[in-house]
Design a protein around this ligand. Structure first.
Ligand SMILES: Cc1cc2nc3c(=O)[nH]c(=O)nc-3n(C[C@H](O)[C@H](O)[C@H](O)COP(=O)(O)OP(=O)(O)OC[C@H]3O[C@@H](n4cnc5c(N)ncnc54)[C@H](O)[C@@H]3O)c2cc1C
Length: 400
């Protein structure tokens, strides 16, 4: 990626036009070059770090977070879309975990020299970071978090376990949501995010998954002694910090979904042109054509929504946790349906691993409804901001 980093956001003049086209082409080229050597990464079950190293060398990662604290959210969704379009979700989810969840947190809250060093390494592709919230006792309900950060002379001792740590096997550091134990301190009992080095992580169990096998996900135990400067944000503000990172991840997931479904519908459309049954191409069977048209119409709408959300990120109130949750849950539920339909349009070949990639895309996409918060947690966020129209109700509703 040779484009200049400027202070003008990519979507400054809207999400379409020659400037966005050029950035998209550069992003797609960098992503293609970084992903291509790892076509069989699913078989190893360990995320290839070289993917992030290559993207760092292309300067794509650094440009995404220039300038802070929001970085270039438009470039963020273009990267998500193009990496989703590549059709290897184990790789694209690994990139977005490091770049969006960890990156957004460090850009906004990483104000110590240690955290700045982590951020710098991440943006260069030299260092890989992961994010751990979920535990055996706390998945959807983060109040169940038991991993403890206890104040000790000169810093903190972090001990506990994280049930699902994606990139845990290849990371250099992990940002962990912890319960603070600080006798007499005002944040005692609250949550805080702490950066721990990979040397503090031990494998409890490697997890075999239904899809996204290229993304290692591991049950890890933690025992670390870290300095004060490893605390990310204020003590007690852990949920705020985590929500900031997860909101970026959720928008990225919606963007990856746009790219992934576009790839699947593109393949399905080509197949309907090529495959003939009952004496004519499948596309000429109206039932199939309109099914694909319905998916394409919903995809178009989702794409506009994702772009609009990216434009709203730097505008306070225009796009926050509620909006990104709404997008993520709607996008991933749509993607599950769309992948299944596209697979179906290939008939038997859709179900064959060696003949089409649709089966893998369908399996991979299911993670979207779970990771970074399940459907129900997303709907709860949406529900928390639903506004009743009592004035209209009193005017228009008469229950007798
Ligand atoms: C492949 C993979 C990778 C992951 N990577 C990471 C990672 O890197 N870092 C990380 O921190 N986590 C990670 N996770 C964990 C993921 O975020 C959690 O699995 C998810 O948030 C759900 O938590 P849980 O599994 O404990 O399910 P639970 O919280 O036990 O929920 C079970 C079901 O009950 C529903 N539910 C729970 N409470 C309610 C309620 N009040 N109302 C309605 N429904 C409810 C949930 O929506 C879900 O359907 C990963 C998970 C997977 C599968």
């Amino acid at each position: 990626m040779t484009g200049e980093a400027t202070d003008r956001p990519l979507f400054a003049d809207g999400p379409f036009g020659p400037r966005v086209d050029a950035a998209r082409a550069r992003a797609a080229e960098s992503i293609g070059a970084a992903f291509a050597p790892h076509a069989v990464a699913d078989e190893r079950g360990v995320f290839p770090r070289e993917v992030l190293a290559d993207l760092g060398r292309s300067r794509l990662l650094r440009q995404r977070w220039h300038p802070g604290p929001f970085g270039d959210a438009g470039l963020g969704v273009i990267i998500a879309e193009e990496s989703g379009r590549y059709g290897h979700a184990g790789l694209s989810v690994g990139v977005s975990l490091c770049l969006e969840t960890v990156g957004s947190i460090l850009v906004r809250y990483g104000d110590s020299p240690l955290l700045q060093e982590y951020l710098d390494g991440l943006l260069d592709g030299r260092l890989v970071g992961c994010f751990g919230a979920s535990e055996p006792t706390g998945g959807s309900d983060l109040n169940g978090i038991r991993t403890a950060a206890r104040r000790v002379p000169g810093g903190w001792r972090v001990t506990g376990e994280k049930r699902y740590l994606s990139l845990g096997l290849v990371c250099d550091f992990a940002l962990l949501l912890c319960r603070i134990e600080d006798d007499g301190g005002e944040a005692d009992g609250g949550l805080g995010v702490f950066a721990v080095p990979a040397s503090a992580l031990s494998i409890r169990k490697r997890l075999r998954k239904v899809g996204t096998a290229a993304l290692d996900t591991t049950w890890m135990t933690i025992d670390a002694r870290v300095p004060d400067e490893a605390l990310v944000g204020r003590p007690g503000a852990g949920l705020l910090v985590a929500t900031w990172g997860l909101s970026h991840e959720r928008l990225s997931i919606a963007g990856q979904t746009v790219g992934g479904v576009a790839a699947a519908t593109g393949l399905a459309t080509a197949h309907l042109h090529r495959r003939e049954q009952f004496g004519r191409p499948l596309l000429q069977h109206q039932a199939l054509r309109l099914r694909l048209a319905d998916l394409s119409a919903r995809l178009l709408s989702l794409r506009f929504a994702v772009y609009s959300a990216a434009q709203g990120i730097p505008v306070t109130g225009a796009c926050g946790p509620r909006e990104t949750a709404a997008l993520k849950v709607t996008a991933t539920r749509f993607a599950e349906e769309a992948m299944s339909e596209c697979m179906h349009l290939f008939g038997g070949a859709g179900y064959l691993e060696d003949e089409t990639p649709l089966g893998r895309m369908w399996r991979d996409t299911r993670l979207g409804r779970i990771g970074a918060g399940t459907d129900e947690m997303m709907w709860e966020l949406v529900a928390s901001g639903m506004i009743p129209d009592f004035v209209g109700y009193d005017e228009l509703v008469d229950l007798g």
